[in-house]
Each structure stands twice: as C-alpha cells, then as structure tokens.
Design a protein around this ligand. Structure first.
Ligand code: PRX
Length: 668
C-alpha cells in the first residue's frame, strides 16, 4: 500500500513542508485563522464570535455574522469583468446547447427569486424541495431559494416518487420545484409524473405541498398534467417579470440553515443533513481554492449531478464564488458513444475535470481508443471523489487521460463535511502523490486515524478516520433529529465528560509511515454504489414491499465498475417458490420504491437468514459467503455470536445458497 511517492519525486518534498506549516497555524489558532479567512467574503455584518462551542456538539460558526451566499456567488461579480464571463456551458444529452454568462445567471436568479417569493409565497426558512434534471434552471433554483432565505432540499431526479415523498414529508416542504422531463440515454423521462406521484404520497402522509413550479426543459414533446391552483409553469410566471428585476438578498444569520440534503444512514430513514449559511460558505470557498488553485481562464467540469453534495458544492456554490466557468451536462456520460465526455472536454477546452472512480472505471472499460481520438491537452488537473480509487485505476486516469503529467486530486469528504477535507492541495503546494491516497488533510482539518479503542492507530494499522476539531463546513445537525446527530457522529469516540468531541465519519482509513492518508471505504452498514450512499436497511425496506418477501438482508459485494453493488438474500413467505421471475419482480420493486441505483445485482432465496441469538442479521457472514471469501477470523465477524454459532450459520448458509441456485437452474 505504501508505494513510492509517484510521480513527482523528491523535488516536491518542500511542498509538504509548506502545507504542514499552514496546517499547523490553522490548528494551533483556528479562531484567528478562520477570522482572517472569512473576511475574504462579503458579509452584511461581521461576527461577534468565530466559534461558539458552548453547547457541543452543536458548534456554531461566525455567530452574529449576517450574509447571503448569493451575494458572494453573483452580486459581487456584477461590477467586474466576470459579469460577462461564461458561468455555465450547458449541454443537453441530444446536443442542444445554452451558454449562460454571470449576468444571465444573476438575472435568472433574481427572476426566479421573485416568482418564488411573490407567486409561490416562499418565506425565509421555508423548505423548498427541488426535484429537477441537470438543466440550467437547477442551479438557478438553488440560488433563487437561497437568495430569499428559503432552505433548499434537492432530491436527485433519478429517485422514485416514494423517495421524493419521504423527503417532502420529513422536511414538511410546502413548495416543490420540478421540470416536465429530461433526456436519459435517448429516452424522454416524464419527471412531472413522478413529481405528482410523490406529492400524492406525501399528502397521504399528511404533508400537503401547496405549490408546484414546473420548468419546461424545452424540446420535449411531453403531455404534462397541471393541477389548477397548485401547479404553475415557470416560463408563464417569469415572462411577466421585467429583465432587470432586483430581489434584495435576504440577510441570513450565519448559523441559519442554507440547505438540507438527505443521505442514507444505517437505518431505513434517510438523514436530513443540514448545512449553515456562513460556515458552509467560508469552508467551501477555501477548500475549493486549496484543492483546485482556480485561475481566471479555467474551464471546470465536475461530472456529477447537483442532486448530490458534489454538485451542490462543485457545480454551484464554490465555483461561482470563485468566478469560474463551468461545464454542465444533462445526460449519460457514455451516450451516444463512449467518447461523449472526451469530445466535450476537447470542444470546451476543459482545464479541470472532476468525477468519481465509478465513471473512470467505466471509461477505462471502453478502452483507450475512445480517449485517444481526442485532444485532452487542455486538462491541467484531474479530480476523483466519492469512493476509494484503486491504484491501477488511478494510474490509468493519470496515464491515459492525464497524459502522464496531470496531477490527480483525490478528494476525500462527505455530504456532512461540505467540501474536500483530505486532498492534495495544489492551491497551496502540490505534494508528491501516491496512487490511491488522498494525501493530507487540508488546513483547518484535524484528521487522524483511531483504532477500536479510540487511540491513534500506528502507521500502517487500519482504523477509523476521525476529525478532532470542528471546522466551518461541518454539518450543523440532522433536520428534526438532534439525538440522531449526536448518536451517529459524536458518540463513537467523544469523551463529553472531558470536553473531548471527536467527529466520526464511519470510514476505515490507514495512515502510512509518511503520514499519507488512505481512505478505505465505509465502516458501517452503508453501501457505496457507483459513488452513491445507500443504506442496507433502506434497500431491505424496499424489498419488503414485495408481497412474496418475508425477510430480506442486503450486503455489498465488489463490482469491477461500480465499486460495490447490492446483493439481496431473501426469505419467501409461505406459498411462494423461488424463480427467476420473482427475482426480476423484486428488483423492479426496488427500482420503483427507491431508485435504479439501489437495484440488487442478484436476489438469492434461502429458507433462513443467518442471525445471532439476539436476532441480529450476520451481514458480514453473508458477504463472506457471497464473495467466496474464507470465513477467516470469526471472533471479529459478529460481535455477539459464539464461534460455533458462526461456523454453523456459515455452513448452513452456504448450503442454502447452493440449494437456491440449483432451484433457479431448474435442477431441483
Ligand atoms: O466512504 C467515503 C466515500 O464516500 C462517502 C461519502 O459519501 P457522500 O456523502 O455521498 O459524498 C460523496 C461525495 C463527497 C465517504 O464516507 N468517499 C468519498 N470520497 C472518497 C471516499 N472514499 C475514498 N476516497 C475518496 N476520495
């Protein structure tokens, strides 16, 4: 694992010293460090206190400060040349294009803000759910909501109506912004129909969405149903508003909520991760600057969806605060051909390209010829996010996409952390890279690796990544569930009686002899499928929607492209028999109830799930059987079970799986 530092060699070692020096300053005196950094942004009123830590773990940043993030993302450019710079080169899947300058974006944000405030009645702190495809009105919707002090909660457009409804209900949203539809793999998807269904399910659960704003994607031949008095086409409301409309940015307290973004946890219910107005703004501004070293003529393409945190931070807020030009794309990255992305990189002269290992593995699978057809010499930085990047995939990315000369910026972070936490920092000094390591924590990030007992792990010893100090971009809580916030993130290693608060991200990690961090994936029952977090229980709950299913257990198994895919093991109810058809039906239910991303690669049928005496499903045992791994050290396999019990369960379960496969092959 601790490979030689590649490929930048010793002449870059002074870079580590420089980074360490800034980090030392940031950690020794975080208050004056952040006090200085936050002043680079525009505030209506400066803070009285940089950090209020009087009620941990509910830390508050820049208390007394008042601002609005849209002033830093938009207004500040209107008196500069950036006004006429391109904010977004947008491209639809069929190839239609729109070019949006900062001035255009500013105008559109003001216009939509006006519509939201006046026609839809959105007031400060109201939750606005945004369920939209990757069209320019999506970033506009985030910014317009933020401008009037609303709290946005973006729901990925690939999510099912039920997933949408869960999020509407949890946040008690009264306004929904959606679109008529979009293109995906050449097909037109009717999003409004899903939105309607989501609104209907939410109403059944007692949360009535009052107003629905529908943006027309353009070019679609879709028949959408509109409910009189509830649904409004955005273009019809917008055309009544003059071009130069100005909606004053709502003054927001630094600790107010900027947005909620739901993410899967270890129980069925997704967590509403909350980010603050001031802390998020300051942190993502600086984290971005350190990781990407932004330059005036950069063209940045973050190939991700705004439905996830990567899109929030790296397609909307941070690049706009830096006056960057972004590429934004609607469709599938390999449609209509595997070189779609490279063709666009060449055409837009992209300088920073940022995506997930899943996408990189997909491109690699298609073969180098698709890449070689294009001139990618404009790229100066390549980024990776969302999963551990395998060293051989790293090397392919570096050699084939990066021509053997472009640094790979592997960024470790989470929805909860707002922006990159551990990453090479070319904006400070480029440290020597090691394929597969995200290198070092950024300034302000007091990261370490702890063992099971909460002591610092030895170099090379696998443990858990922890963050030992609050940082401005940290989540400020879980919507409506302060106890879960404490339990999930602060219980594991904190010592409240000693005033020690340690943030627990639930990722395995190793620190090597040189102090480099290697992030090794989730340490809890959360899968990472193609860079998307999915809770095992969440998928199990979806499977239980099928009337034939009595019990279900889901584990993640390795996949060459997606990193990990769900595998389901199911016990059927009386009167049902395993069959291929049933397997397909169960997959379909998951697709409909949750999302296509969550569909299990396989559904295996057994008579009984392996469980401990206390009834806990032995997921790790299922995983070991399914992947053909040896049983290994059983003492750590299941905390509560005896060794004998595990061995018996292991044998029984292996037989059950073989039996189920025979039935499916028609041999039984
Ligand atoms: O397990 C880590 C993995 O993705 C998780 C966070 O997922 P999410 O909140 O959906 O955010 C994804 C975009 C930041 C982490 O707990 N992860 C993220 N980046 C990396 C990573 N694992 C290894 N290396 C990374 N660079």
């Amino acid at each position: 694992m601790t490979e030689q530092a590649l490929p930048f060699g010793e002449k870059y070692y002074p870079a580590i010293k420089k980074l360490m020096e800034i980090r030392r300053r940031s950690l020794e005196d975080p208050i004056s460090f952040w006090d200085e950094k936050a002043r680079e942004l525009i505030w209506f009123r400066y803070w009285d206190k940089v950090l209020d830590d009087s009620n941990p773990p509910f830390f508050k940043w820049f208390v007394g400060g008042v601002t609005n993030i849209t002033v830093n993302a938009l207004d500040k450019w209107m008196k500069t040349d950036v006004k006429n710079k391109v904010a977004y080169y947008w491209e639809g899947e069929p190839g239609d294009r729109r070019v949006i300058s900062y001035a255009d974006l500013y105008r559109e944000v003001n216009r939509m803000a006006k519509v939201l405030r006046e026609d839809l009645g959105v007031k400060p702190d109201d939750r606005v759910v945004i369920y939209m495809p990757m069209i320019p009105e999506l970033p506009v919707a985030l910014l317009a909501t933020a401008r009037i002090g609303g709290i946005h909660s973006v729901v990925f457009s690939g999510f099912s109506p039920k997933a949408l409804a869960d999020r509407i209900v949890d946040a008690k949203a009264k306004v929904l912004i959606t679109a008529d539809g979009y293109y995906r793999r050449g097909k037109v998807i009717n999003l409004k129909r899903n939105a309607d269904e989501g609104v209907r399910i939410a109403a059944e659960q007692g949360v009535e969405v009052e107003k629905v704003l529908v943006v027309r994607r353009g070019g679609l031949d879709l028949d959408v149903e509109m409910k009189e008095g509830r649904d409004f086409f955005y273009d019809e409301l917008a055309k009544k508003i003059p071009d130069n409309v100005y909606v004053p940015p709502e003054p927001r307290k630094s600790e107010d909520v900027l947005f909620i973004l739901y993410s899967s946890g270890t129980t069925g219910k997704p967590k509403g991760i909350m980010h603050s107005v001031g802390g998020y703004m300051v942190w993502v501004y600086w984290s971005f600057k350190w990781t990407w070293d932004p330059r005036p003529d950069d063209i940045m393409w973050t190939l991700a969806d705004i439905g996830w945190i990567t899109g929030h931070t790296y397609i909307v807020y941070a690049p706009l605060m830096h006056g960057m030009t972004n590429v934004m794309y609607e469709g599938a990255p390999d449609y209509p051909a595997p070189d779609r992305v490279w063709e666009m990189v060449e055409r837009y002269r992209v300088t920073i390209f940022y995506t997930s290992p899943t996408a990189i593995r997909l491109f690699r699978k298609y073969g180098d010829e698709w890449v070689k057809k294009h001139d990618l010499s404009s790229i100066r930085l390549l980024g990776s996010v969302g999963e551990p990047i395998n060293p051989d995939v790293w090397k392919w990315y570096y050699e084939v996409i990066g021509r053997g000369e472009t640094p790979i910026v592997d960024t470790w972070w989470q929805t909860e952390t707002g922006a990159a936490m551990i990453a090479p920092a070319p904006g400070i000094a480029l440290v020597p890279l090691k394929p597969g390591s995200a290198t070092f924590p950024l300034p302000g990030v007091d990261a370490d690796v702890f063992n099971d007992r909460g002591e610092p792990a030895k170099p090379g010893e696998k443990g858990y990544i922890v963050i030992k100090k609050p940082w401005p971009g940290m989540l400020i809580g879980l919507w409506g569930d302060p106890q879960r916030y404490i339990r999930t993130y602060w219980q594991r290693f904190s010592k409240p009686d000693q005033g020690v608060w340690i943030y627990y991200p639930a990722d395995y990690a190793v620190k090597d002899e040189d102090g480099y961090f290697w992030l090794l994936g989730r340490a809890d029952e959360v899968l990472n499928v193609a860079g998307h977090r999915l809770g095992t229980t969440e998928i199990e709950d979806a499977i239980l929607h099928h009337p034939a299913v009595a019990e279900a257990a889901v584990v993640g198994i390795p996949d060459p492209v997606k990193g990990e895919v769900p595998l389901a093991v199911v016990v059927l109810r009386e009167g049902y028999r395993p069959s291929r058809e049933l397997e397909e039906e169960i997959k379909k239910v998951v697709r409909e109830v949750l999302s296509p991303i969550a569909v299990p690669a396989r559904v295996l049928f057994v008579n009984k799930l392996p469980k401990t005496r206390s009834g806990k499903i032995m997921r790790r045992l299922i995983k070991a059987v399914a992947t053909g791994a040896p049983l290994g050290d059983v003492s750590t396999l299941e905390d509560e079970a005896s060794v004998e019990e595990i061995k018996r369960a292991w044998e029984e379960f292996k037989r059950a799986i073989e039996e189920s496969e025979r039935i499916l092959r028609g041999e039984a």
